[in-house]
Design a protein around this ligand. Structure first.
Ligand SMILES: [Fe+2]
Ligand SMILES: [Fe+2]
Length: 255
């Protein structure tokens, strides 16, 4: 089977880039299931009901989130009621929503788990302990983990921790695609970061003039997403549903 994972959709430009390319991508790579990180889909970050509908109806099978999960007011209600939108599993007990989702694709159970890193991020529960617990109870033939984290070291360590235990782990959050898509020795597909799906002439999706001003003056600025020409970043995992392992990983970057 071919599973496509797409990195952080940034604002309207990123949404439009996803919607206008996903059908062709699915055809080209015979995609069976599509995971999309939607934590920056709204202006001002986070996810809204409208954006979730656009992405889910437009071609995403499940939306993962990250540190911006609850940025929009309606997110808590949305996540509590829609099992196809998941938030990091390692939020404290009682947080609205779920950290994992299992989809039945013609008899093959595809599990998706979302985790948040702790280095330079909000200090949530330990993602390593959280994923251990999830793997004990998750009934799935294939398991994909979106590890939303800042530090490459934490993501690489998680990759080694999960090698042979999940089908694939991909990182999100940094918005810059890494050139390390490969299959770990025990059969887990891996990439440190998928990169973003959003405006090219920007700083990680934000108007470059604003971030530049922030760095030059050290005065906080109100961030606004850039618009215009976008790139779409992600990775395609070719997997063996009989063994639950990844056979091949291909990074994808469309402009
Ligand atoms: Fe993030
Ligand atoms: Fe992001």
């Amino acid at each position: 089977m071919n599973i496509l994972a797409i990195g952080d959709i940034v604002g309207d430009a990123g949404t439009e880039m996803f919607l206008s390319n996903i059908d062709e991508l699915k055809r080209q790579y015979a995609v069976d299931f599509c995971i999309v990180n939607g934590e920056n889909a709204c202006t001002g970050n986070g996810i809204s009901r409208k954006k979730a509908e656009q992405l889910l109806e437009g071609g995403a099978d499940v939306l993962t989130m990250g540190n911006h999960t609850f940025r929009q007011k309606e997110a808590a209600g949305l996540l509590a009621h829609n099992e196809r939108i998941i938030r990091p599993l390692n939020y404290p007990a009682g947080t609205p929503g779920r950290g994992a989702y299992v989809y039945n694709a013609g008899g093959v159970r595809i599990g998706v788990v979302n985790l948040l890193g702790r280095i330079y991020m909000d200090y949530l529960d330990c993602p390593f302990q959280a994923v251990d617990k999830a793997l004990e109870s998750l009934k799935a033939d294939l398991i994909f983990v979106d590890f939303h984290a800042e530090a490459t070291s934490e993501k690489i360590s998680m990759g080694w921790y999960l090698d042979g235990r999940v089908t694939a782990m991909f990182g999100t959050h940094t918005h810059v695609q890494t050139a390390d898509a490969w299959v770990l020795p025990k059969g887990t597909g891996y990439i440190t970061d998928l990169g973003m799906t959003g405006p090219i002439y920007s700083c990680l999706g934000v108007k470059k003039e604003i971030t530049l001003e922030r760095f030059k003056t050290c005065i906080p600025q109100r961030f606004e997403f850039a618009d215009g020409k976008s790139r779409l970043c992600g990775a395609l995992f070719c997997v063996d549903e009989a063994t639950g392992k990844t056979l091949e990983v291909k990074s994808i970057c469309l402009m």
